[in-house]
Design a protein around this ligand. Structure first.
Ligand SMILES: [Mg+2]
Length: 230
């Protein structure tokens, strides 16, 4: 059985501008100054990392950031709501998930830099939230490399199975999605549906590299998922 850990932004969902807008608004209100995320990298990074970098680039020192960060995270979580019109699933994702859901060879879950509340809020806007009973999130650890082990621990709690090595499949659109599972020997499936180009993803040596998730057969074959166990 495989544990499939899906990233959200740029993978399950098309990339959105509103994440930047929410962070600029919340930090602007909190700090009483104009905040820009223009020079902050978002792709594949956790919300606490993004908030920390934004504050640092706005001129705040380490101690001020430590003080502001928990409050900023709380305000951001409360403020970051999404209307269905601005959230769109990536091409092929709905069909792929519908196919995978009854497949007894897979357990669906999340691995995302979003904090838990925001992750499920985004997925709820496109009615995909119910498909993912658990996951590992940016609120579990700011370091994405720690999230695969957390997801595996939750999988053990949820389904009573120990997932290791290539039975853990991490699907994501950024270099960080590819590298975060290396420590536990997970299989990485990179998809060029986010802001990172196919060539750039290729240079990070994922086990599997796909243009998108529109071919169920290609995904299952490459991710080594049994296709006759529905
Ligand atoms: Mg992503």
């Amino acid at each position: 059985m495989k544990l499939l850990l899906f990233d959200i932004d740029g993978t399950l969902l098309k990339p959105m501008q509103s994440g930047r807008d929410h962070i600029e608004y919340v930090l602007g209100e909190l700090c009483g100054q104009t905040i820009s995320t223009e020079d902050v990298a978002f792709s594949g990074r956790t919300d606490p990392q993004i908030l920390r970098d934004t504050l640092r680039l706005a001129g705040f020192g380490p101690e001020e950031i430590e003080e502001l960060l928990p409050v900023a995270l709380t305000h951001y979580t409360a403020h970051a709501t999404y209307i269905p019109e601005e959230v769109e699933s990536s091409d092929g994702v709905v069909e792929l998930l519908e196919y995978l859901k009854p497949n007894k060879d897979v357990q669906l879950a999340l691995l995302t830099g979003n904090v838990r509340v925001t992750a499920y809020r985004k997925l709820a806007a496109v009615q995909l939230d119910d498909l993912f009973p658990f996951g590992a999130f940016g609120c579990d650890d700011a370091d994405r490399n720690k999230l695969p082990a957390i997801a595996a621990k939750r999988a053990l709690e949820y389904c009573g199975r120990t997932f290791t090595g290539e039975n853990i499949v991490i699907i994501g659109d950024s270099v960080h999605d590819i590298t975060c599972g290396r420590e536990i020997g997970a299989l990485s499936v990179a998809v060029a549906t986010g802001f990172t180009s196919y060539q750039h993803l290729k240079s990070a040596n994922p086990h599997v590299l796909l243009q998108d998730l529109t071919s169920i057969h290609e995904f299952c074959t490459q991710a080594r998922i049994e296709q006759n166990t529905c």
